[in-house]
Design a protein around this ligand. Structure first.
Ligand code: NDP
Length: 329
């Protein structure tokens, strides 16, 4: 038997409730690899899955946790052997499949990535889905020509998980990072991560009738979407890329196509869930190389499984700063 955060749904009221319970190995879903989980984390999707489900969870009782890192305990797949250190993000684990808020998880071998040398399981979850996605976004911007020296790179939702890691990586790579935040009290934190400039959220979250504004940004990692993304598109320098990662500010995009047509702006969609294996491997290796571990540590807020119901509610309200690392043991 081992501990897991189990979400149960009351069929009559439709309400869900989450609590730490004892679960047995036989309860785990099918999969080739059983992992002794060491750390997990809290993402926006976790907030939904710990709470009302948000249409993501199909079956109850459910164990959430969309990412985890740990050590292989048993494996019927040649690629993994007991003792291997692994990380998992995406593939709808923690939504459609039981996830990382448990001391053990059983998953398909295809979903795992071996941890690169130099990255601990705790550091991997300080990065988590949010940081992994930031790296994918930075890689996409680079693949579209972004290089240090091209001009300021904007990061929206900067004090959140995606934004914090993007800020630290971009600054470490030598970019001039402008961090957008709605929380002025995080300015010192963001500056310590490497932001050269803080942009107050109010400056960018209102729509404008002007489809084009001054050419300002050489690239953007956008965790916010909505009116802010629309506004940013009109402020990009000629031919420069924006990586659309999140929707913390809304899913609608009240924009015009003018920035694409007159300035050749590129809007790059970033999906972490179904990302092909080779690119996952590349992203984790880049994380180990390009994310300074002291900056990562500065983002960490430690937690245990009993904290998860509250943390899930907090992240849905945009109240979590940086990266929560959940020690499931
Ligand atoms: P967080 O809650 O940690 O961060 C989101 C940040 O966005 C907040 O901290 C806040 O930053 C800002 N924000 C919140 N509400 C608003 C608003 N109404 N208007 C403008 N800014 C706002 O979440 P994550 O960083 O983990 O995730 C960010 C987004 O990326 C989410 O939408 C998430 O679903 C998505 N995501 C997408 C992935 C993919 O595969 N594409 C993978 C992972 C995440 P501040 O306080 O600095 O203003």
């Amino acid at each position: 038997m081992f501990n897991a955060l189990v979400v149960r749904k009351d069929e009559e009221s439709g309400k869900t409730g989450a609590a730490v319970e004892q679960v047995s190995l036989e309860d785990l879903p099918q999969g080739e690899v059983t992992v002794a989980v060491e750390y997990s984390t809290v993402n926006y999707k976790d907030g939904l899955c710990i709470g009302p489900g948000g249409g993501l969870v199909r079956k109850y009782p459910h164990v959430p946790g969309i990412d985890f890192a740990g050590t292989v305990e048993t494996s019927s797949d040649d690629r993994y052997a007991p003792g291997d250190r692994v990380v998992l993000t995406g593939w709808r684990v923690g939504e459609a499949h039981w996830g990382g808020y448990a001391q053990k998880a059983r998953v398909r071998a295809d979903w795992l990535v071996p941890l690169p040398d130099g990255l601990s399981t705790r550091q991997a979850m300080a990065v988590g889905t949010a940081g992994f996605t930031s790296m994918l976004a930075v890689m996409a911007l680079e693949d579209h020509g972004l290089e240090p020296g091209h001009g300021p790179v904007l990061v929206t939702g900067a004090a959140g998980g995606v934004g914090s890691v993007a800020t630290a990586i971009l600054a470490n790579l030598g970019h001039d990072v402008a961090a957008v935040t709605g929380r002025p009290e995080t300015a010192e934190y963001l500056t310590a991560l490497g932001a050269a400039r803080i942009v107050p959220r109010e400056e960018l979250n209102e729509t404008t009738k002007r489809p084009l504004e001054g050419e300002t940004w050489a690239g953007c990692v956008d965790a916010v979407g909505g009116a802010m993304l629309a506004r940013v598109l009109g402020q990009m320098k000629y031919g420069c890329p924006v990586a659309a990662v999140g929707l913390a500010g809304g899913a609608a995009l009240p924009a015009t196509v003018i920035p694409f047509l007159l300035r050749g702006v590129n809007l790059l969609g970033i999906d972490s869930v179904m990302q092909p294996y080779d690119n996952r491997l590349r992203a984790w290796q880049r994380i180990a190389r390009d994310l300074p571990m002291d900056k990562l540590e500065a983002m960490v807020r430690p937690a245990v499984m009993a904290d998860l119901p509250q943390l899930g509610a907090d992240i849905l309200k945009g109240r979590v700063q940086g990266r929560v690392v959940v020690d499931v043991n």
